[in-house]
Design a protein around this ligand. Structure first.
Ligand code: SF4
Length: 317
């Protein structure tokens, strides 16, 4: 095997994982080669559940920073590594703690539900965390007259508001990937593939959600393509999920929706794609960069995440 080839890095990663009792948790939006070397691949909810229940000494997170922070919050005794600290999230960045504190003061007396795609500081200011897999159920688990703040994704917030009819004030944040899908391209793809089903993530804008045959979180979209009798899917979420869809059902066709500006390649999350196999190898060898959090923030951020996990467990999610 040639030194510094991808086979070399993959075999070294396997050796280092065993030697250091480390596991790799990878998000569905990682590239296929990374998903294939991970011990567990999932969406934010499943990855949080896995981070909280494993026997490894080291968790290497192949994803973005808020996910690695969530793993550290749930497993503070473990070493949590992120191969590239620049792997941020435009959605998490759209909600700064000082602005959010002001927003909370302007909207008092509301229960604060924050999406997992937030920094540890925002989680520490929240009452319950949710993911796109459980957002509707988390809102519905509260008494009907409870007033709610939902942050930071305005599209997911609107989707939850429409589904539940609850009194919700929504923070005005967006994800640069899901905000950019081209409705025109979806309509053209549907014209070319009339039997295809349009499957959409709830972080997409309302016009894109309105043409969907099915709306769901990343893992819900994956399950849908497994159980649905259809053969072709027009997929409006980050294109990395198509790797798992093809693995699970190779005989079906999956067409990624391009962004409005097709020159920018935004249907891929450029933060997620900062992680590479080589960076995972370097990170596991040096055990750096490591996630460190202020202990007070960690303890405050833990409560709303645990509350989400308890509600999810009770509901069998
Ligand atoms: S896809 Fe959007 S929400 Fe997810 S990590 Fe990338 S920027 Fe953040």
């Amino acid at each position: 095997m040639k030194k510094e080839s991808s086979e070399y890095y993959i075999s070294e990663i396997k050796r280092l994982k065993a030697e250091k009792n480390a596991i790799i948790l990878a998000h569905y939006y990682q590239t296929g080669d990374i998903q294939d070397i991970a011990d567990f691949v999932g969406d934010s909810l499943a990855l949080s559940q896995k981070a909280a229940s494993n026997t490894a000494d080291i968790i290497l997170f192949a994803g973005v920073k808020f996910m690695a922070e969530t793993a550290k919050i749930l497993a503070p005794e473990k070493k949590v590594l992120l191969p590239d600290m620049m792997a941020g999230c435009s959605l998490a960045d759209s909600c700064k703690p000082e602005d959010f504190e002001r927003f909370l003061k302007e909207n008092p007396g509301r229960t604060v539900i924050s999406y997992v795609n937030t920094t540890a500081e925002i989680k520490a200011l929240s009452d319950i965390i949710c993911t796109s897999s459980n957002a509707i159920q988390i809102v519905e688990s509260l008494p009907e007259d409870e007033k709610i703040i939902f942050a930071p994704d305005r599209n997911l917030g609107n989707y939850v508001l429409n589904k539940t009819g609850r009194d919700i004030v929504i923070w005005n944040g967006t994800c640069h990937v899901h905000e950019e899908f081209s409705l025109e391209a979806i309509i053209n793809l549907k014209r070319e593939n009339p039997d295809a089903k349009i499957i959409v993530h709830p972080e997409c804008e309302m016009p894109v959600r309105l043409v969907a045959d099915y709306i769901g979180s990343t893992s819900a979209l994956l399950s849908f393509t497994k159980t649905d009798p259809g053969k072709t899917y027009i997929v409006a979420t980050e294109a990395g999920i198509i790797h798992q869809m093809k693995k699970e059902n190779p005989q079906k066709n999956y067409i990624p929706v391009p962004p409005r500006d097709s020159t920018c390649g935004c249907s891929e999350c450029n933060f997620m794609k900062l992680i590479t196999v080589k960076k995972i190898y370097d990170c596991l060898s040096s055990e750096k960069p490591e996630i460190f959090l202020d202990n007070e923030i960690l303890l405050k951020a833990r409560k709303p995440i645990i509350r989400m996990m308890e509600i999810s467990e009770k509901l069998g999610l």
